[in-house]
Design a protein around this ligand. Sequence first.
Ligand code: AMP
Ligand code: MG
Length: 399
Amino acid sequence: MSNSLTRVADHRERVAGLLGPMPAGPLPIADCLGLALAEDLVAPVALPPFDNSAMDGYAVRAADVAATPVVLPVTDDIPAGRTALTPLGPGTAQRIMTGAPLPAGADAVVQVEWTDGGTGSVRVDRGVAEGANVRRAADDVAAGTTVLRAGTPLGPAQLGLAAALGFGALPVRRRPRVLVLSTGSELVAPGVPLEPGQIYESNGVMLAAAVREAGGEAELLRFVPDDVAVFHEAVGARLAGFDLLLTSGGVSAGAYEVVKDAFTGRGVEFTKVAMQPGGPQGAGRYLGVAVATLPGNPVSAQVSFEVFIRPALRASMGLPDAERPVVRARLSAPLTSPAGRTQFRRGKYDPVSGRVVTPVGGPGSHLLSALALSDCLIEVPEDVTELAAGADVAVRLLR
Ligand code: AMP
Ligand code: MG
């Protein structure tokens, strides 16, 4: 039996291979959070672009305030944003604000606290050295410098830098567009009272959120009943323009496996992967769009997303950290695992008290509340069937 199972790594590779790199192009900078830069970013201007004051105070020649106290006439007032300046004459001062351009002739700024704060004339009580409180042009970035390399993920600081350099748009690989579709005749929308045998649909919201959290764009088609004709109609009407169709349910060994029935022989291959949860999987291409079919049990669907879909989405965006971090930890309680399958158990990781991980809930793939309380997956290798408390395990950190 177990030699007919597909290895986890093989199915991962298969899914990753379905999504090529997303096309690169300019995107408004406000939409670029989390995306990877597609080209090196070269500074078109210097930062700061001009010599400016680091303090509220008075622009002076340091030589004029070498002996203090000294009174100087104040010949101009320079707020931030001033573009036309009068040069500073010898023996004079100009009142200047933080970020305002330094007038020609000035070589230092005396902070207002060291003066009487006068406007017609100013008494300077302490002298300053040449260059004091002046931020020089290009102190941070010289024009023409490569400030960020292609492939860099754009977080708040990177976006701030790009905006400071005057970029309104950035060259990025765009987000993969994912159509999320749940299947099952038992599924009911929120707000509708449940009849016996019905459940509220939950995979759609969960998987769409997982796509977005991975950096992709998700459209939730919600759910269709276990009816091949209805399934085809729903998919055919909406698939154009998407990079990936992500279904859940309808792929295991029972009757009425709608996804399997609809896609078998149509470009999607179904297989059993050597993992628990999440054994039944499918992947392929339908009407030119990549397809990944996840099992319906909510925990199976979410674990499958973590193992197969998230890395593929992030790799397609050119992000360097396609994989979640995996750390080693000490298991706080014993567990058992089926032979021949990698088990992904939900856990809670405590990095503080010596890297301990505690299993949350049992192995059942319907235990959604345990998933919601967990923050990691404990990975038990295929050939391991028992682990004692204190065992060293691999932990995939989900947050
Ligand atoms: P299936 O893979 O379709 O056989 O579904 C396996 C189990 O997961 C069944 O108990 C389903 O009711 C449940 N299930 C399937 N899809 C969903 C969904 N979208 N939301 C909540 N539960 C689901
Ligand atoms: Mg079903």
